[in-house]
Each structure stands twice: as structure tokens, then as C-alpha cells.
Design a protein. Structure first.
Length: 291
């Protein structure tokens, strides 16, 4: 069968041709991978989770189809899966802002593999927050923009920027509006992560009140986890929180190397590499929650 993609020059990811793409049976679960603290591992966790989810097989024999939404203007996820398109082009932010001449969202999606696609970040995302100020329904913009894509994916993973501003509010709102999915929090086992985590929970509570939604908390995933005295102390504190633990990833050099090589960890490292196993287990738990 012909691939549902628009042919791309060598070295560039092909664009997805939605006219040729078969819809999935149910609408996508939406998961916002978030934590306003920078550098904790949101992007690598999103990348690893999408990699592994997209290799799972559904009861109907088809693969789980996954869309990454790179919602961080820095484009770290896009970079790490080989998006080499012109970052200066207009993208998702222009759709959210309903700019004249904005391309339909279905023209902004690229295929990393047959079952794993990406809506990449563009530089226009840098201006999103300032342009959203004062706009009516500003937290609902991403949710609305994703509507045409919901029928084509089993899971949509939004990689948030390290911020608690309107961009993250949009991601959390989109996750809350679906009957499956929610917020997945990435932390490190230390005091700063714990403080930020508590602030994030407060922010979610306030969003629930002001936007009249219920935000499902899928759980927390500890990245760069160690067994130091400090890590042990905060592991115990996170484990006492009223939301599930989704796993722990140690520091692993091949995670960074795979990002640098624009490759998915499954393709870069041996299946018995322990980090592959941790992401597999994460995907298994997440799939059990959203299937
Ligand atoms: N488990 C790990 N082992 C080794 N390196 C890691 C691991 N997790 C993340 N890194 C590296 O740490 C850096 C930060 O990770 P990442 O970009 O995923 O964090 P982030 O939370 O998305 O950051 P930001 O807040 O800037 O978006 C990257 O260079 C990444 O490759
Ligand atoms: Mg990131």
C-alpha cells in the first residue's frame, strides 16, 4: 500500500497526506507532558513514550498511531526526531491565533515513522503568549486547533515548554477535554522539582475552577533518578502524593546520543538496553490508562 505521505527531499521528514490516511476507530487520547521546571526531561520522556507507544499493536492488529505536538518554541523535540524544515515558517501558533494565511493544521504534520508523526515547533510559537494576552478563550485555542487531527491518532503527546503560562494552560486544557488522557508530570528526585510540582498542582486546581474542567492527573515519572540520600528522601515524598508513579529513568548516555543522532532510542540502542525497557514499561502503563 502506498504510504500516506507527501514525498520529501532526501534528509527531510515527509509530510503526512491526510487525504490518504485512514482514521482510527476512536478519537485520540491527549496527554500533556509538563513541568515548569526546565531541563527535567519532559522532551526525552515525550520522545521515549511516543517511540514505544507507536510500536504497540492494538487488538485490531494495527499499530497505535501517535502524534507528537512540539509545543515548546525551542523545538527540542522536533530537532531530536530529525525535523529539518524551515523553523521560520509559520506553524501551529498561527493556527491558534487564526492568522490570515495560516496553513490548515493538517498541512503541518510530518511522519517520523509510519505510525509516529509530529507537529513541529516553529519560531512563531515564541510570540504566542504575548499575542494570546487579552484574547477571548485563550486557553482553549490549542484544543480547537487539534480538532481536525483527533480522528487520526490513538494518542497525542504534547511536549510543553518549561513555563506555567498560557501555552501550558492550553496543553492542560486540551488534555482535560478528552475523555482519555491527562497530565503526565516529569520530575527529578530533588527539592526544586517537589516545589515546582506542588505549584503545578495548585495551577491545575485553579484552571479546573476557572475553566470548569476536570484535569486527570495520569501520574509522575522520575527522570535522571539516582539513589543518593536526597533522591531517596524525595522519592518517598513523591510516592506519598495522591497520583500514580509511572516509572524511573536513570541517567543514560544513549538517550542523549539518540537525540543527537535524530534517532528514536528503539532504533539507536539494543532492545536489552535498560532505558528501552523503562520507556517500554512507561508506554505499557500509559496505554493501559488510555486504551
Ligand atoms: N535520563 C537521561 N539520561 C541522560 N540524559 C538525559 C536524560 N534525560 C534527559 N537528558 C538530557 O538532559 C537534557 C534535558 O532533557 P530534556 O530536554 O528532555 O528536558 P526538558 O524538561 O524537556 O527541558 P526544557 O525544560 O528545556 O524543555 C537534554 O540534553 C537531554 O538529552
Ligand atoms: Mg523540553
Amino acid at each position: 500500500m502506498a504510504q500516506p505521505v507527501v514525498t520529501a527531499p532526501a534528509g527531510e521528514l515527509p509530510r503526512v497526506d491526510f487525504a490518504q490516511l485512514e482514521p482510527v476507530e476512536d478519537e485520540a487520547a491527549v496527554i500533556a507532558v509538563t513541568m515548569q521546571k526546565g531541563g527535567v526531561g519532559k522532551t526525552e520522556t515525550t520522545k521515549g513514550l511516543g517511540d514505544k507507544l507507536s510500536r504497540r499493536v492494538k487488538p485490531n492488529g494495527k499499530k497505535v498511531r501517535v502524534l507528537y505536538v512540539d509545543f515548546d518554541p525551542n523545538g527540542t523535540l522536533s530537532d531530536g526526531v530529525g525535523v529539518s524544515e524551515d523553523l521560520a515558517a509559520t506553524g501551529l501558533a498561527s493556527v491558534l491565533l487564526e492568522k490570515d494565511g495560516a496553513a490548515p493544521v493538517t498541512e503541518l504534520v510530518y511522519a517520523v515513522t509510519e505510525d509516529l508523526h509530529i507537529l513541529p515547533a516553529r519560531l512563531d510559537l515564541f510570540k504566542l503568549k504575548s499575542e494570546l494576552v487579552g484574547m477571548r478563550g485563550r486557553e482553549r485555542r490549542l484544543w480547537l486547533a487539534l480538532q481536525p487531527l483527533l480522528h487520526y491518532y490513538d494518542a497525542i503527546l504534547i511536549d510543553c515548554e518549561p513555563d506555567l503560562g498560557s501555552g501550558t494552560d492550553n496543553a492542560i486544557y486540551a488534555a482535560a477535554k478528552r475523555k482519555r488522557g491527562g497530565v503526565l508530570v516529569v520530575v527529578m528526585l530533588d527539592g526544586p522539582s517537589m516545589r515546582c510540582f506542588e505549584t503545578l498542582l495548585d495551577q491545575i486546581e485553579s484552571l479546573e475552577m476557572t475553566l470548569d474542567v476536570r484535569v486527570p492527573l495520569m501520574g509522575w515519572f522520575a527522570n535522571q533518578a539516582t539513589d543518593t540520600k536526597v533522591a531517596k528522601k524525595y522519592r518517598a515524598e513523591f510516592e506519598a502524593m495522591p497520583l500514580p508513579k509511572l516509572g524511573e529513568m536513570p541517567v543514560r548516555s544513549k538517550i542523549k546520543e539518540a537525540w543527537d543522532a535524530d534517532m528514536l532510542l528503539t532504533d539507536y540502542a539494543s532492545p536489552v538496553y535498560d532505558a528501552n525497557y523503562v520507556y517500554d514499561e512507561l508506554a505499557k502503563k500509559v496505554w493501559e490508562m488510555i486504551a
